[in-house]
Write a protein that binds this ligand. Sequence first.
Ligand SMILES: Cc1cc2nc3c(=O)[nH]c(=O)nc-3n(C[C@H](O)[C@H](O)[C@H](O)COP(=O)(O)OP(=O)(O)OC[C@H]3O[C@@H](n4cnc5c(N)ncnc54)[C@H](O)[C@@H]3O)c2cc1C
Length: 429
Amino acid sequence: MDPHRPRHVVIVGGGIIGSTTAYFLTRHPAFNPAIHRITLLEASSIAAGASGKAGGLLALWAYPQCLVPLSYSLHTKLAAEHGGAERWGYRRVECGQLTATVVKSKKLPSGGTLKKQETPAKDGQDWQKLPKQDQAAAKLLQESALPFDLDWINGSLVREYAEMGMPGHTETAQVHPHQFTTSIAALAQERGVDIKLNARVTKLGLSPMKEEVEAVEYLDRISNETETIKGVTDIVVAAGPWTGRLLPKTSIEGLRAHSVVFQANVSPYAVFTNITLPKDWKPAHRDKKRHKGNVDPEIYARPGNEVYACGEPDSTIPLPETADEVECDESQCDDLISYIGTVSPVLGAAPIAAKQACYLPRHIRFGDERGPLIGELNVKGLFVASGHTCWGIQNGPATGKLMSEFIFDGEATSADISVLDPKKFKVGV
Ligand SMILES: Cc1cc2nc3c(=O)[nH]c(=O)nc-3n(C[C@H](O)[C@H](O)[C@H](O)COP(=O)(O)OP(=O)(O)OC[C@H]3O[C@@H](n4cnc5c(N)ncnc54)[C@H](O)[C@@H]3O)c2cc1C
């Protein structure tokens, strides 16, 4: 790689992956603003998609392991360098998993002896679980008593509790994803990245023989004019679930998930749950069979007096054209609020700060292997960095750093991510 060659890098997408890529490009030793231009095109606003509506859990037990340790330590470094604790809520958090059985409150025997758990219904619905824990992570769960300061959960309903790793060890942390992504984008902008909002990329311009990238065409959604950026040397497609729209052969697609934010000041725990609901629990969602008695929301206390929770994804509504057009089905949020209230009276009584939905980006591949595609496609200068499933916030910094290395060094040097190479999956243009 010739560091003196003028470059114009265009990043498509202002989620966490596009924003961290922009940030790390400006921090790369070879970056020279006199000869290198970086433009980030975002179809709506920074963090308008999943990067602004995710939980924000970070974990050393996340996947894929080729990205996780680097990204986890970069989160620590970024927070130390830029005041992340205040600016984006970076902090260490305890993490556990509980199994609870809820019976009608009037039937609850004093002393909390509970009914045996009903067998969870076989799912058979068109939704799937958000697979945050893989088998390796599940092995780290250690049975324990419900921690005394996890006092926002009704302990009399909890049948089992397991801690993730050992308490006091730094395996799990968190950030506020919207604050993190917008801060990182602002830090990149301060170092010269040109961020264009409401700029929806409609075409990736390639040379006549499709050997290299040349231009990027986008629709300015304010003026409704089509604009073309010429002289482009590198394109990074970081459009999350929309990546498959620009690069259909990547097969990266989206899966909708709803989440809610409670206003509540509670102890810092991230809790995976498995709740058996009472038989007479009535869902608000029109598909009454959706919850057959068992639900498993993830609930994360966050700084700033808020608690985030997300439920099961669904595939009923296809991905819209832009993030600001994502439909939120309030009844799904209401169900989430209602069944969380069955195990947490504190959250059951808390004001609701947000009901929202977004699309998880994923690349479906063989077997249990999950993870993004990161690397160059079969066209010189055309890169993809998308499909981070449930761990894009955790893995964003490493992805951004590695993308900056692909662009300025010609290869990823900070981690061996050959298993995520798009060429391995024979995806191209
Ligand atoms: C409910 C839920 C909870 C989650 N919780 C966690 C968690 O606790 N921890 C964790 O690590 N991860 C979590 N995730 C996963 C994480 O949110 C995603 O992996 C991550 O946000 C993906 O980032 P991204 O930048 O690839 O995509 P996105 O955030 O979707 O960003 C893509 C951006 O590209 C823009 N775009 C799309 N098409 C175009 C175009 N043609 N032109 C210009 N711009 C375009 C979009 O507007 C969008 O802003 C969660 C996800 C969900 C759904």
